[in-house]
Design a binder for this molecule. Structure first.
Ligand code: C2E
Ligand code: MG
Ligand code: MG
Length: 457
């Protein structure tokens, strides 16, 4: 039937066209969320008699927003169109691609029945999306994170299935860039536990229930205490003791590491005020903090407020942290050192490109990881590695601390190798502020050997 002009003079749009518009993403021409919903419902209805599984997947581009902000919305749109094009070209026969939301796309996969199939497909798509995007005058690279959900295990209604895929995607995002997760009950449980832990930790911070313990660091050559490392301790009434190796990364992932770290540094600095003045306080900075340009200022204002001389403060950072955002980390370190704060490289020897880091960054101290120290008395290779680290640090003018010394044999060996400082259960386990002040005053005059003797009691 020929179309009649309406009275407004605009061409009339047919019912079909209207419907197509409502189901299409105008930027990429892909179907939208409603189209996906219909596809899933249709597929579920087809499989109602014989509930053969099928999968849906959601892919989210990592770090798309900063690129959009940096290069402008047109460049962002261009990337999204190129992503849509690549996705259509690489999904298997019978699969359907839609634009889910912003930088998120989705697939309906009638022939993917189980986890390994979804993971394989995720890997293929991840490779396809990782190739550079041509923006005319420049190329841009992006990674992508994936969440898959399999019908009917992860939900038999569209909304539930999407929610499961989103949970899986959220887990992928939490684990870093370019991850692939297929929803399962265990993953849902893991996410639930993490959320419970997060809530409890947020409350513990507000109610001032996260404590700081202190572990002595001794001079191995003359056996005196030089300072203490602050270690966070959290004992939740319901969850029991939770290790900082669990809750520190959680606070980083969920974006409240600043609040946690500030509370801990304040407490640690206040405690250090009651120690003899030449003992230092060593405090762990988390990797997320080294990506935040405000960190140096935050740290310095806390120590200034408390009244601790910044020269008595040492900050422990890890290689992974300095690798994350090298320029920012370098600036933070420079700013802190300028104020007199010392910087120690923690867990040395376990990360990547250790030697390169020593050249690129300015540190004062290196802490040799317990992994080497605990085998030093029994394993030649570990001994040689520690020897090499000590000699290298000597040449570079860096101090060395051996972490995790547990036995007299280890301590003796380290002394023989000329290691300057040590720390570990042999010299003292982490203790609360009250016990530490007693220890600091008493053992300040006493020696590390006395400490070791008392630690053994
Ligand atoms: P780290 O900074 O390398 O701290 C040393 C860890 O080794 C501590 O574990 C300490 O209790 C343990 N340790 C010390 N001596 C010995 C020993 O002789 N034998 C054994 N087996 N272990 C020993 P902890 O307190 O569980 O802390 C684990 C990690 O959590 C720390 O590793 C640090 O990376 C992080 N962490 C702890 N407190 C904080 C904090 O306040 N802020 C941040 N950002 N991270 C923290
Ligand atoms: Mg440390
Ligand atoms: Mg360490």
């Amino acid at each position: 039937m020929p179309m009649r002009a309406v009275e407004t003079g605009l061409p009339q749009v047919s019912q079909n066209e209207l419907q197509a518009m409502a189901y299409t993403d105008p930027l990429t021409g892909l179907g939208n969320r409603y189209r996906m919903r219909d596809k899933v419902r249709l597929l579920a209805a087809e499989r109602a008699e014989d509930p053969a599984p099928f999968a849906i997947g959601i892919v989210n581009l990592d770090g798309f927003k900063p690129i959009n902000d940096l290069f402008g919305a047109d460049a962002g749109d261009e990337i999204l169109c190129q992503v849509a094009h690549r996705l259509k070209a690489c999904v298997p026969e019978g699969a359907y691609v839609t634009r889910h939301d912003g930088d998120e796309f989705a697939f309906v996969l009638p022939l993917v029945f189980e986890r390994s199939g979804a993971e394989r497909l995720g890997q293929t798509i991840r490779d396809v999306l990782s190739a550079p995007y041509d923006l005319g005058d420049r190329n841009v690279r992006l990674s992508a994170s994936f969440g898959f959900a399999i019908y009917p295990f992860a939900g038999d209604r569209f909304e539930d299935l999407v929610k499961s895929a989103e949970t899986a995607l959220y887990r992928s995002k939490r684990r870093g860039r370019g991850q692939i997760t297929v929803y399962s009950r265990e993953i849902a449980e893991e996410m639930k536990r993490a959320t419970q832990l997060e809530q409890a930790l947020r409350n513990a911070i507000i109610n001032d229930q996260v404590e700081v313990y202190f572990q002595p660091i001794v001079n191995l050559q003359n056996d005196t205490v030089l300072g203490f490392e602050a270690l966070a301790r959290w004992n939740d009434p319901d969850l029991g003791f939770v290790s900082p190796a669990v809750f520190v990364p959680l606070a980083e992932e969920r974006g409240f590491i600043d609040a946690l770290s500030e509370a801990l540094l304040r407490k640690a600095a206040e405690a250090a005020l009651s120690w003899p003045r030449d003992l230092f306080l060593s405090f762990n900075l988390s990797s997320a903090q080294l990506m935040d340009p405000a960190t140096a200022n935050n740290v310095l204002s806390i120590v200034n407020l408390v009244g601790l001389d910044p020269k008595r403060l040492e900050l422990e950072i890890t290689e992974t942290a300095v690798m994350g955002c090298a320029d920012t980390a370098q600036r933070i370190i420079a700013e802190l050192r300028q104020a007199g704060v010392h910087i120690a490289l923690d867990d040395f020897g376990t990360g990547q490109s250790s030697l390169g880091r020593l050249r690129d960054f300015t540190f004062d101290k290196v802490k040799v990881d317990r992994a080497f120290v605990s085998r030093i008395a029994t394993d030649r290779t570990s001994e040689e590695i520690v020897k090499a680290i000590i000699s290298m640090c000597d040449g570079l003018g860096l101090e060395v601390v051996a972490e995790g010394i547990e036995t007299m044999r280890e301590a003796t060996k380290l002394k023989q190798l000329g290691c300057g400082m040590g720390q570990g259960y042999f010299y003292g386990k982490p203790a609360d502020a009250a016990a530490t002040v007693v220890c600091a005053r008493r053992f300040y005059q006493d020696t590390g050997a006395d400490l070791a003797m008392r630690a053994a009691l």
